[in-house]
Structures are given as structure tokens and as C-alpha cells.
Design a protein around this ligand. Structure first.
Ligand code: 6PG
Length: 252
């Protein structure tokens, strides 16, 4: 089986250095978007890997008034819940950077009708992002992603239909009791694929098998939805620690 890494790989010996490199890479893409298009539309993932990077991103000298924040996915919990992706980003980034409230576009995944809330979020994306790809798909300037141990990315999970949704920009994801997962809302592959840039953070030994499956030249999207990253149109940057890459220890 051959391996091909789709994009730029930045590997660091430990998670703190991954976070530092990720924040600097995110800052670069945001600055470039503002320079080239006058505005930066950024979608954030949840999970534990990106939070230290968001804290460092808050310290970047950016024109935050020109930055709009969205979410890649959200769990069906209220914003103050510990599992809320919005809540985590609020603590790590929104409370630390001067981002106007009007620029923060939260997914209302706590709504009783998740399908309706997803449709509303699609309307927000269409309205606020003027830059469009073929088919009128809004182009985010930067998407921040992680990869789950099972090979998911965003809330596109192995063996679930959401992976193949192409007629919506945002969709509801059913709860999966067997996997102990609540319902969610997620951006779909057409939006993710058309972003100008993506930053993917992968930290820890448990991620190695999934990461290997993503980097293998052939494989199945149903088994490893994160393989959609291979078809991204924009610049992709992988930020991984040595454990996720199984590179072993760094010796001088
Ligand atoms: C979520 C996500 C999800 C996440 C991965 C990696 O809300 O759970 O957005 O796709 O990025 O599960 O999570 P970790 O950073 O915790 O490894």
C-alpha cells in the first residue's frame, strides 16, 4: 500500500509545539484572506486538539473585525454545556480576541428541530460568504479540522449516510446510542472541499491508525470519512505530533 500525504506536513515532537505551529499557520491563512478578499471566513472544529491552538491564535496580531467565525460541527447541547464546541471556542478564542459579536455565527444545535436549525445555518453561510465556488457553494477561507480515532472528521462518521450528503451545505446527524454519541449538526463535504485552506490537527498515538488510512493512496470513504481531505481544493496543512505519526522519538 503506498502512502501519499495530500498537502503540507508539519510534524512536531509534542502537542504544545503542534499548537504553536497551528496558530501561526491559521494566522497566515487569515491574513492572506483579508489581504486578497478583504475578509476571512473561518470554520472551527471541536474536540480537544485545537483548543491550545485557538488560545495562541487569539494572540496573533490580526484585524479581528474582518474575521467571521463559524463552526464545522456542533453537538446537540446548549452553548454553556461542557461538550459544546461553541463553548470551548468561546473560552479559548472568542473571550480573548476582539471579534465583534456580529461576526460569530454559532450553530444552534440545541434546537428541538435540528434539521430546521441546519437549514438556517445554510442560509447564514450563503448570505455572509460572497465568495462562491461552482454551484454557488460558499467558499470558507479556512477550515480547522481534527480526525477521530475511528477515522471521522467534522461529524462525518464511518458507515453513516451524512458522509454522502451533497445536496445540502449543513445537515443534522442522528444520535448514535451504541457509540454513546448525541445528535449533531455538521458542514457537509461540498463546503469542506471548497474551502481556500484547511488546517488539520492530529495529536496522540490513538490517531495513528486512522491517520495512516487517510494517507494511504487508496481506501474507502465509508470506512474513513476523513479521506475526503484528499479531495480538498485549497491548501491543506497537516499538523501532527510524533505519536500520531508514529515517527518515534526525535534525537539530536
Ligand atoms: C467534534 C469534532 C470532531 C473532532 C475530532 C477530533 O466536535 O468532536 O469537531 O470532528 O475534530 O473528533 O477530536 P480531538 O481533537 O478531540 O482528537
Amino acid at each position: 500500500m503506498t502512502t501519499s500525504i495530500p498537502g503540507l506536513l508539519i510534524a512536531a515532537p509534542e502537542p504544545a509545539l503542534v499548537a504553536r505551529a497551528a496558530a501561526s499557520r491559521m494566522g497566515k491563512f487569515i491574513r492572506e484572506a483579508i489581504r486578497d478578499r478583504g475578509i476571512a471566513h473561518v470554520a472551527l472544529s471541536g474536540g480537544s486538539s485545537p483548543n491550545p491552538a485557538y488560545e495562541l491564535l487569539a494572540k496573533e496580531p490580526l484585524d479581528w473585525c474582518k474575521v467571521h467565525i463559524y463552526w464545522v460541527d456542533e453537538r446537540a447541547v446548549p452553548p454553556a454545556n461542557d461538550r459544546s464546541n461553541y463553548g470551548a471556542a468561546k473560552k479559548a478564542l472568542l473571550d480573548r480576541a476582539e471579534i465583534p459579536d456580529a461576526n460569530v455565527h454559532r450553530m444552534r444545535a440545541e434546537a428541538s428541530d435540528l434539521g430546521e436549525a441546519a437549514a438556517e445555518y445554510e442560509t447564514i453561510l450563503r448570505k455572509t460568504i460572497n465568495d462562491k465556488a461552482d454551484g454557488g457553494i460558499p467558499r470558507l477561507d479556512l477550515v480547522v479540522l481534527g480526525i477521530g480515532d475511528d477515522g471521522h472528521t467534522a461529524s462525518l462518521f464511518p458507515g453513516e449516510p451524512t458522509m454522502h450528503v451533497t445536496n445540502k451545505l449543513v445537515c443534522a446527524v442522528a444520535a448514535n446510542a451504541a457509540r454513546g454519541r448525541e445528535a449533531r449538526m455538521t458542514l457537509t463535504s461540498p463546503v469542506l472541499e471548497n474551502a481556500h485552506a484547511s488546517v488539520i490537527l492530529v495529536v496522540g498515538k490513538a490517531k495513528h491508525p486512522a491517520l495512516s488510512r487517510v494517507w494511504q493512496s487508496s481506501g474507502s470513504l465509508d470506512d474513513t470519512p476523513a479521506r475526503i481531505i484528499r479531495s480538498f481544493r485549497g491548501q491543506t496543512t497537516w499538523l501532527i505530533d510524533h505519536e500520531a505519526g508514529s515517527f518515534g522519538e526525535c534525537k539530536n
